[in-house]
Ligand binder design. Structure first.
Ligand code: PHE
Length: 340
């Protein structure tokens, strides 16, 4: 019998401590102390006992009842205190205060410009290609027909890594990667980051972005190159933009040009952005040099093609009227929020 009383006591105290709310506690009270509760069952059993057994058993049931009552009283007090604390906390919340605004990020103007340019060329049939920032000297220089003593290979211009690789100085090595992996026709656009050992100023950075374009097929001409670049310029800057080619030299194109867009900020009259010249230099371009075809195993007699670079920062500067390129990298929210 005693065993039974003890296990009821344990069960009751367990349920009482588990109760999280006053109604759970009341349910426990009814289960043990209610009219049809476990304690009443015990008293019912006492009726059938002999007069000898009754006094001891009665004492034990009584003490069980007292312990359960005490447990319930204590638990009730602590639940009430808890709910008081909660109420006073809720009273202190000022629901009329304005909420905290979530800050939303925006697409960075450089990323936006890359996306715009890639979309323009995608519409003209170019597909996307890319290559790694860490390149081999072969892809960045040798295969691009750059002589051993060319100044661009100099430590002053190129960041070399200890293992002999380098941070690519241009996106042109992607041309090599693509041509070595497939046969013409090839029509790709490849945006990416490039690195040069330059001292940063308003118009130069040690890290900047280019987009490489390459089109190789049968009978591709310089007129095709002019056409796509002009079309890209008009879509980016509006139909009044002019494009200008200046003779230049690149080891991997022949003939080569540097090309400029007319400054849309001043309509070509001259302003701070174009340094009063009316033109903004965008990058270089030209017809792929037959020596490059030899390096990648194409027949120079069979194929011709053009390649071009696009300086992304330059385009973003004229598009958004920004005269210092460092603004793009300082991540000042006051600057970036203007592109939201
Ligand atoms: N890679 C050259 C540069 O960074 C630009 C260029 C690309 C020139 C493609 C010709 C053809 O200056």
């Amino acid at each position: 019998m005693n065993n039974n009383i003890n296990s009821i006591k344990e069960e009751a105290l367990q349920e009482i401590t588990k109760a999280d709310t006053l109604s759970q506690l009341e349910a426990a009270r009814i289960k043990f102390l209610g009219k049809k509760g476990k304690v009443s069952d015990l008293l019912e059993k006492m009726k059938k006992m002999t007069p000898d057994e009754k006094p001891l058993f009665g004492k034990q049931v009584n003490s069980l009842k007292v312990s359960i009552q005490a447990g319930i009283a204590e638990a009730k007090k602590s639940l009430e205190q808890k709910s008081e604390r909660l109420c006073s906390f809720v009273d202190k919340i000022d629901i009329t205060l304005p909420g905290l605004k979530k800050k939303l990020g925006t697409v960075h103007p450089i990323t936006q410009t890359i996306e715009d340019v890639v979309a323009i060329f995608r519409d003209m049939g170019f597909s996307f290609a890319d290559g790694p920032d860490i390149e081999t000297e072969f892809n960045n220089f040798d295969a691009l027909n750059t002589p051993e003593d060319h100044p661009s290979r100099d430590l002053q211009d190129t960041f070399y890594l200890e293992n002999g690789s380098l941070l690519r100085t241009q996106t042109s090595p992607v041309q090599i990667r693509v041509m070595m992996s497939k046969k013409p026709p090839i029509q790709i656009i490849a945006p990416g980051r490039v690195y040069r050992n330059d001292t940063p100023d308003a118009t130069h950075g040690h890290t900047f972005h280019q987009i490489e374009g390459l089109y190789v097929d049968k009978k591709v001409s310089f007129a095709d190159l002019k056409g796509v670049l002009h079309s890209c310029a008009r879509q980016l800057m509006g139909k009044d933009v002019k494009i200008r080619f200046r003779p230049h030299f690149f080891p991997f194109t022949e003939p080569s040009v540097e090309y400029d867009f007319s400054c849309v900020m001043c309509g070509g009259k001259g302003c701070k952005i174009c340094k009063n010249s009316g033109w903004i230099e965008i990058s270089g371009a030209g017809m792929v040099d037959p020596r490059v075809y030899e390096k990648v195993g194409y027949d120079p007699e069979k194929y011709s093609g053009y390649a071009f670079g696009l300086g992304i920062e330059r385009i973003a500067m004229i598009k958004y009227g920004i005269d210092d390129l460092r603004l793009f990298y300082e991540n000042d929210e006051r600057f970036l929020n203007q592109f939201a």
